[in-house]
Design a protein around this ligand. Structure first.
Ligand code: GAR
Length: 211
């Protein structure tokens, strides 16, 4: 059973998609051992509680400096004995020491088709504002492993979503979530939990399902 630590910051719709997929069998061989939010007001914490999943808040506001916050986060991950760290709408950029400790064991969902509209200035609604400003006709979402860069790690899955005339950042964000994020995030976890993902020289390959 792959043990998951899910890191969140806000609404938690991606967490909900993972919870639903664990209950209906779209994800097998995995369980959530902890949900961690950096924001104590995150609705994601309520979602975890309703599902009966252990949840905790580790906020930078409760630590003297950033390093102490990162140490507390690493301690909580280690205490949970998680095999895979899932950044599901987590707005904290993982520090070097956590990335090193969990090499190819941290995944992130990004609401665009990497390498477009990604990097440190693109998160949350800003991504969709950038997409509309540039006028691209196709966007989407990406699940990738986390490395030392921002949105630069090996790509696991991507799904394209149409940009429509008259879209606002909010309508586009919703469509990207519904059509792409909530589909590929659970799918990526299921692939990892079932040993179907391999990373070689920064490239992900997915093996066939066992008959
Ligand atoms: C999602 O759209 C996710 O892709 C994005 O934040 C939103 C969180 O929603 N993540 C990033 O921008 C990371 N760079 P949620 O809390 O409802 O899952």
């Amino acid at each position: 059973m792959l043990k998951l630590a899910v890191l969140v910051s806000g609404g938690g719709t991606n967490l909900q998609a993972i919870l639903d997929s664990l209950s209906d069998g779209r994800i097998t061989n995995a369980e959530i051992v902890t949900v961690i939010s950096n924001n104590r007001h995150a609705y994601a914490l309520e979602r975890a509680k309703s599902a009966g999943v252990p949840a905790q808040c580790i906020s930078p506001k409760n630590y003297e400096n950033r390093d102490m916050f990162y140490d507390a986060l690493l301690d909580a991950l280690e205490a949970s004995e998680a095999d895979l760290v899932v950044l599901a709408g987590c707005m904290v950029v993982m520090p070097e020491k956590i990335v090193e400790r969990y090499e190819n064991r941290i995944i992130n969902i990004h609401p665009a088709l990497i390498p477009s509209f990604c990097g440190k200035d693109y998160y949350g609604l800003r991504v969709h504002e950038g997409v509309l400003r540039r006028g691209v006709k196709v966007t989407g979402a990406t699940v990738h492993f986390v490395d030392q860069g921002t949105d630069t790690g090996p790509i696991i899955l991507q799904k394209a979503v149409e940009v429509r005339q008259g879209d606002t950042p909010e309508t586009l964000q919703r469509r990207v979530m519904e059509e792409a994020e909530w589909v590929i995030m659970p799918r990526a976890i299921d692939l990892i939990a079932n040993g179907r993902i391999q990373v070689t020289d920064g490239i992900v390959t997915i093996s066939e399902e066992m008959p």
